[in-house]
Write a protein that binds this ligand. Structure first.
Ligand SMILES: [Zn+2]
Length: 159
């Protein structure tokens, strides 16, 4: 709380407060299925019946041929580094509003039975990372069916 004056010199009182806008939304059958499986430490995508691409995150329509996927696919619980970046520029985490600690590493994980996605790598030493190296997921101890249940990826031991 502080005091200021308006254009006519009258004292005005400024009171700052945060306004919450609580909201919820339905995940729907596609995203809801994937989020529920995260509780069991499983990654699930779906396969397009026309082009056979595995989509992860699963989608309601294949972005390549606009056909509805026809089957669920349990993805492998490991993958390969397709590419990675070690980030040294601090940014705000949009989910928490808190600045991310730097450095942090992002990667694109290529999953052996299809699909790949952008995520966090929990190893920040670029000398240890390389495309083609095998990574395994790190899960939160208590999972709630949220994307953050999967904390990130680490190199498989011995790499
Ligand atoms: Zn397709």
């Amino acid at each position: 709380m502080g005091t200021k004056t308006d254009k006519q010199g009258r004292e005005i009182v400024e009171i700052r407060y945060e306004m919450a806008i609580p909201g919820t939304f339905a995940t729907g059958p596609i995203m809801g299925h994937m989020l529920n499986k995260l509780k069991d430490k499983e990654l699930w995508g779906n396969r397009c019946g026309k082009c056979q691409n595995v989509l992860f995150p699963p989608k309601i329509v294949c972005p390549k041929c606009f056909e509805e996927p026809t089957e669920w696919v349990k993805l492998d619980d490991w993958g390969y580094i397709a590419t990675f970046d070690v980030v040294h520029f601090p940014t705000i985490n949009p989910l928490t509003g808190i600045m991310r600690e730097v450095p942090y590493t992002t990667l694109i994980v290529a999953l052996p039975n299809g699909g790949g996605f952008f995520h966090f790598c929990l190893e920040n030493d670029p000398e240890k990372l390389a495309p083609g190296k095998k990574v395994i997921p790190v899960w939160k101890d208590k999972r709630e069916g949220r994307p953050s249940d999967l904390e990130g990826w680490v190199l498989e031991e011995g790499q």
